[in-house]
Design a protein around this ligand. Structure first.
Ligand code: NAD
Length: 289
């Protein structure tokens, strides 16, 4: 088996995959590859597939398959697999970290103290306790966030057209989620239905001063509308790990809008998760031996 590792995985992975054949990282050898391993950086396009006549399997280490043209793979007889279970805890912990960082003013507290300003009186914190968290999408990651938020004493509600009931969250309509949530955390995939669904019409239905956390996909929000909502104060803060593109284009309006807490798409990048993704890839290749 010839395995092309196109993106960054745990450094132990090439050694662990050696039992299945040759492992290489040179994209120039795509023509030889029978298995292609990607995370989110490499885009599997029809043009790439044209250069890969021997390819039989694409494995996306992670959840979202929006960087893989599944229809083009199918047309070429290339199987596509992902490792959906691995990343839930890693992403949920980042969502919690972002959600905690905003009301605790962690960034301001750190930078001001470092600059020699001691803003003990000036920094006004608020708590997650007894606030309402609305989860947009409540699958694997949303569920891990729900459990953690409940442990913080939050009231957890969820909206997901494909989930009728949930052990932690009370399921509500989209309008009720917008109307009741102090925090909204996004955990949907990027689909035709979710693209741009958080736009100015949606913001208008939310509480004044709502805080949004996005570890789902950048394009679920409309960036221009979000920047405007932040400037006008309708949205108090937008804490995001995900963007229209990785990295965001310099013209991205969120880079200069107030109240944006930024992370560079690191939701799945915990050390433990990269090891779990490796375990899943070994199991997938084991089955195809
Ligand atoms: P999942 O499939 O278990 O859950 C997604 C949920 O979203 C499902 O329950 C689905 O029914 C729901 N959904 C679909 N359309 C919806 C809509 N219109 N409104 C509300 N809910 C809707 O997936 P998951 O493992 O929880 O991952 C969710 C997403 O998180 C992925 O698709 C990916 O985009 C993102 N993700 C981001 C990172 C990161 O690095 N930040 C890492 C992994 C996954």
């Amino acid at each position: 088996m010839k395995i092309l590792m196109a993106d960054a995985f745990d450094k132990s992975l090439p050694g662990r995959l050696a039992q299945f054949g040759e492992v290489f990282e040179d994209m120039g050898r795509i023509g030889e590859a029978e298995v292609l391993l990607v995370r989110s950086k490499t885009k599997v396009t029809p043009e790439m597939l044209e250069k890969a006549p021997n390819l039989k399997l694409v494995v996306r280490g992670g959840v979202g398959l929006d960087n893989v043209d599944k229809a083009a793979c199918k047309a070429k007889g290339v199987d596509v697999m992902n490792t959906p279970e691995a990343s839930s805890v890693a992403v949920a912990e980042l969502a919690m970290a972002l959600m905690l960082a905003v009301p605790n003013e962690v960034v301001l507290a750190h930078t001001s103290t470092k600059e020699g300003k001691f803003l003990k009186k000036e920094i006004k914190r608020t708590e997650l306790f007894q606030k309402t968290l609305g989860l947009l999408g409540i699958g694997r990651i949303g569920t891990e966030v729900a459990k953690r938020a409940a442990a913080f004493g939050m009231t957890v509600i969820g909206c997901d057209p494909y989930v009728q009931s949930h052990p932690v969250a009370r399921m509500v309509s989209l309008d009720e989620l917008f109307a009741k949530s102090d925090y909204i955390s996004i955990h949907t995939p990027l689909t035709d239905e979710t693209k741009g669904m958080l736009n100015k019409d949606a913001f208008a239905k939310m509480k004044d001063g709502v805080i949004l956390v996005n570890t789902g996909r950048g394009k679920v929000i409309n960036e221009a509308d979000m920047a405007e909502a932040l400037r006008g104060g309708k949205v108090r803060a937008y804490a995001t790990d995900v963007w229209y593109s990785d990295p965001p284009d310099p013209s991205c309006p969120l880079l200069t809008a107030p109240g944006v807490l930024m992370a560079p798409h690191i939701g799945a990048s915990s050390k433990e998760n990269l090891l779990r993704i490796g375990d899943c890839i070994v199991a997938i290749l084991e089955k195809r031996k």
